[in-house]
Write a protein that binds this ligand. Sequence first.
Ligand code: IPD
Ligand code: CA
Ligand code: CA
Length: 276
Amino acid sequence: MGADLDYLAAMMEIAREAGALLMDYFHRHVAVEYKGEADLVTVADRSSETLIRSRILDRWPGHDILGEEEGLIKRDGAYVWYVDPLDGTTNFAHGFPVFCISLALEYKGKRIAGVIYDPTRDEMFAAEQGSGSCLNQQRIHVSKVARLSESLLATGFPSKKRHKNPNIFFYHHITMRSHGVRRAGSAALDLCNVASGRFDGFWEFNLNPWDTAAGVLIVEEAGGKVTGFNGNPFHIDSRQTLASNGLLHQALQDEFAEVFNGRGMEPLPDLGEYQP
Ligand code: IPD
Ligand code: CA
Ligand code: CA
């Protein structure tokens, strides 16, 4: 069976409830704990996940759930939920209002429904496999920008294993060849912004399944494309996410190939160049 409207309606209801909980904590400026050197977590992340898990299990006690904060809890294996209870924790912790909740439902290995809710703007992105993507119940579509030189893109820099992340090279290279590359700090919202045509493409290294599961479906159902950096099929455990409106995909893959083939950054200029 595929997704049915009951799933999507329930997912939106759960995401809205978790969104209200996050906004409540957001206004109270909660304390920050560290999972790693720059990997933050707050009581809001944990409470949101607890709430989402209990709402899912109240309705579907046999479903598996993989959530960022509590890991995988397996039951029957046919249905799996991917839960990011707060995507954009660093923003949240600093009072920067760019964060969301991301929920996706998979059936026998296929993502069938996804919801991403931005409680700061009351924006609900939702997609069902084969039925398109919506923002607040209105159909959305990826952009029609076909030239990299006219595109606005997004990327992110994960907070784990920062020293091993080569993304600064790609950030530099693609910034020089586009209208710009935004780095807003929520991969799930970056994907939604590709789906709705606000961005023309997005890439990131080392995302996790809970970051991408809903957003990838929302991009694809909005007419976009998601692959690895050389065009290989996207897999939920992939460490490479390249999303675009489809029209720019080859151009972005070509840029990746160029950097991987050794194109580095321009040398640093002398500070004197910036003197009056
Ligand atoms: C992070 C955000 C960020 C991305 C990181 C993610 P979190 O998720 O999506 O934009 O750059 O890779 O880990 O930790 O805030 O849920
Ligand atoms: Ca995340
Ligand atoms: Ca998170």
